[in-house]
Design a protein around this ligand. Structure first.
Ligand code: 3PG
Length: 219
């Protein structure tokens, strides 16, 4: 299948991972919050924004950010099937993140020019993703699936694979993950606390994003 709306400037997964030490994992249920949230994260130096497809409003939020905040790069998280990938691309997402990996989701993202960070938690999933040409992967759920020890073990057989651990990562434990040679960035929901979004406390979100920049300097 060919993409009817090819993106003239497709990103790579590595570009998505290298932009900042943390990719914020965002859950939004109110479209009115999308643009101020994106601006608040941008003000703190975070451009790559993963809006998860977990609410009925998620696609409208992606569309609003893509239209109103062109300096940000909005992506879709929780992409699980071809329909998710197509809907995300149509809404203006530039990258996709999946919680696990199937060849079908990998091909669906390729078909619509979405850079994909495939989620993996086992050696078999890593091997399938690599067979399909994906070597920059999300390790999810990172803490629950083995954390630092798992990443260290994988660095032997999967010496050519780079990871974005997500799930249980915080400002406190992020430095240990970022110090590993096979970790490019981490993902986390802590940059956008639900109560801050609900109350429109965008200064708090900017503060949290700014804190993350220090992680870059501690690498
Ligand atoms: C995800 O969906 O990637 C995780 O829910 C994010 O995990 P966290 O909430 O522990 O950061």
């Amino acid at each position: 299948m060919t993409n009817p709306n090819p993106n003239p400037n497709p990103l790579t997964a590595l570009q998505v991972m290298q932009d900042a030490p943390v990719i914020p994992v965002i859950v939004l249920s109110d479209v009115a919050q999308a643009v101020p949230l994106a601006r608040a994260l941008l003000a703190g130096g975070i451009r790559m924004l993963e809006v998860t497809l977990r609410t009925p409003q998620a696609l409208a939020c992606i569309e609003a950010i893509a239209r109103a905040v062109p300096e940000a790069v909005v992506g879709a998280g929780t992409v699980r099937c071809r329909a998710d990938a197509q809907a995300a691309a149509n809404a203006g997402a530039r990258f996709a993140v999946s919680p696990g990996y199937t060849s079908a989701v990998g091909q669906a993202c390729r078909d619509v020019d979405l850079a994909l960070l495939p989620g993996v938690a086992t050696g078999g999933e890593i091997m399938t993703a690599c067979e399909d040409g994906f070597t920059e992967l999300k390790f999810f759920p990172a803490l629950q699936a083995g954390g630092l020890a798992m990443l260290k073990a994988w660095s032997g057989p999967f010496f050519d694979v780079q990871f974005c651990p997500t799930g249980g990562i915080s400002l406190q434990n992020a430095p240990e993950f970022l110090a590993l040679p096979n970790v490019v960035c981490v993902g986390g929901s802590w940059l956008v606390p639900a109560d801050a979004a609900a109350s429109g406390d965008w200064h708090r979100v900017t503060r949290l994003a700014t804190e993350v920049q220090a992680l870059r300097h501690s690498l």
